[in-house]
Structure formats: C-alpha cells, structure tokens
Design a protein around this ligand. Structure first.
Ligand SMILES: O=C(O)CCC(=O)C(=O)O
Ligand SMILES: [Fe+2]
Length: 304
C-alpha cells in the first residue's frame, strides 16, 4: 500500500518507566519525559505498576457482575452510580469501593507524575472491563474497539478538551492486554479529513436541546466523531494502515491521550481504567493537541 509508506514504521509508540509505586517519587527527568511523551502521541508504559485487589475483591475477577450487554462496568463520580453491572447491596458497595480506590490512585498518580496538569485535570468516569476482548460480539462497527480509532464521545461533547486515560491490567493469571497503535495523529487526520462533511447548521443546538448530547457539540466534536466512525468503517484502512502491536503485561499500567493516539484493543481481559479531561491550555505544547492540529489543517476555529 504505497499511500502508507511515508508513515510506516517511523514512529515509536511507547515511553517506558520503571516506577513501582503510584505516588512515585518521580524525578524531574521522569516528569519531563512523561509530558513530552504524552503530548507527542506516545503511550507511557509502567510495566511494574500493578493495582492490588483486596482479598474480598477477588470475586470481581469474573464476568458474572456485568449486565452482559455493556462492554464495561462504569462508575461516574458525579452521578455516584454504577452502569453496566448487575449487582446489589453489599457486593455493589464493594465494587464501588474497588473502583473508587482505583480512581483515587490514578488521580494521585497523575498529580505526582504530571504537575503541569494537576490543577486543571478533571476526574471523569472509572471503568472496569471484565470481558475478554477477543471475539466478543459487538452491536455495530462503531462500537468495535478492536478496530483502530481515536476516542470521541458521541453524547458528551468535550469542546476540544483532551481525553487522558489510565489503564491497569489486573488479569490474575498473567494475560497481557494487546493493543495495536497506529500512525501519528496529524498524518491520520490529513488522510481522513476530506471524508468529513460540515455539520448541518442548527443540528448541534437541536441535539443539545433534545438531550441527545450533553451540551452543544462544537465543530471540533463533529469532526472527531466523524473521524472515529469513518476510520472504524474503512475496511481498507483497518487492514493496511501502519501499526505497532504492543502487549501490556498483567500488573502493568499505561497512560495515553486516546483522542490523539490511534489504538485498537485486540485481546485481554480484566482491566481497570480511569478517564480524565484536560483543557487544551493546560498542555505544554498545545499546538500538538488534536484541536490545534485540526484547526491548522482546516484553517478555522473549531471550538470557539
Ligand atoms: O479496553 C481497552 O483495552 C481499550 C478500549 C478502547 O478503545 C478505549 O477504551 O478507548
Ligand atoms: Fe478507544
């Protein structure tokens, strides 16, 4: 595929760290490498940073607590309730306890690793992913995370804010979480932007009034959502695009801007994940954010 030659194998997707504790301590060299790695579109990889379950929490290493429809069990700290789970009473409290402990650990972790982000980082959903990814049936190609994509939330426009995620593989028998990581964002966006048409005038306002979206979708959100769908729906791209396969070991943690890094989850089971939102202005090199890259490529303001 000659159209992929320019980006094939010229990127390196992981930035590795030796830390073994969630609160560091991190040296200033670690911190600089972390911010620069993230903002350059690499995944920060902590091979020896496990999240330990308490003895009474080991019962959650099973798929029986899932509602069997949702991919993940999630907890929104602002709503204070679980989604995607079939669980009651004391067990429910225990699961919330485990996920909340993960959320605070992840928050503390990013605060010590990424001081420039600390004051504006917003804690969003926590998820627990009990299902084996490989071979799991999906309702539509748009929900199929085994295909390369960048994240965009259909009902929660983020108006250019970054999606920063922490993942930890808690598989009890040592199974890795395998991802594929794609080409750099700018090359990818240049390839797919011509397939994204402008939003229909007034549609974003109507969807917000009807409660289809939480707040008004900006042109940025429109583009990101369409990039997400077009990419997953492009069989040729899914087959041919350059990528690197990485295996995140059981007991490891990784941190990534999933709105910037093309990723596909290929296999693995039992992962905890914490999502954060970060304003574009908080970044050290905001010009590398998807918002600024897309504004440069389109020549217009996209989140005003
Ligand atoms: O569950 C995973 O390993 C990653 C799935 C994914 O694409 C995501 O959470 O954005
Ligand atoms: Fe994703």
């Amino acid at each position: 595929m000659s159209s992929f030659e320019s980006t094939r194998k010229v990127f390196s997707s992981l930035e590795s760290f030796d830390a073994t504790a969630w609160d560091g301590p991190f040296t200033s060299e670690d911190r600089e490498r972390a911010v620069d790695g993230l903002e350059s579109g690499r995944v920060l990889y902590f091979k020896n940073l496990p999240f330990s379950l308490e003895a009474q929490e080991k019962i959650f290493l099973s798929t029986t607590w899932s509602d069997q429809e949702a991919k993940n069990i999630s907890f929104d700290p602002t709503e204070g309730r679980l989604r995607g789970a079939r669980i009651e009473g004391a067990d429910g409290d225990k699961l919330v306890g485990m996920m909340s402990r993960y959320a605070s650990g992840a928050r503390q972790f990013l605060h010590s690793l990424l001081p420039p982000y600390a004051s504006t980082l917003r804690l969003a959903r926590t998820s627990f992913r009990p299902h084996e990814v490989e071979g799991r049936p999906v309702q539509s190609y748009r929900k199929d995370d085994t295909r390369l994509h960048v994240d965009a939330f259909p009902s929660r426009p983020n108006r250019g804010a970054r999606i920063l995620r922490v993942f930890t593989n808690i598989h009890p028998a040592g199974k890795a979480r395998v991802w594929q990581i794609g080409e750099p964002f700018e090359a990818y966006a240049s390839r797919f932007l011509p397939t994204v048409s402008r939003p229909l005038p007034g549609l974003a306002q109507i969807e917000s009034i009807l409660g289809i979206t939480k707040g008004v979708r900006t042109p940025y959100d429109h583009i990101m959502l369409h990039l997400h769908d077009r990419t997953k729906g492009d069989a040729n791209y899914q087959r041919e695009a350059p990528r690197q396969e990485v295996a995140f070991a059981a007991g490891s943690t990784w941190v990534v801007f999933t709105d910037q890094v093309l990723h596909a989850a290929i296999s693995g089971q039992f992962v905890l994940e914490q999502t954060f939102e970060l304003p574009v202005a908080a970044q050290c090199r905001a010009e590398r954010s998807p918002l600024r890259v897309l504004e440069r490529l389109t020549g217009r303001a996209l989140a005003a």
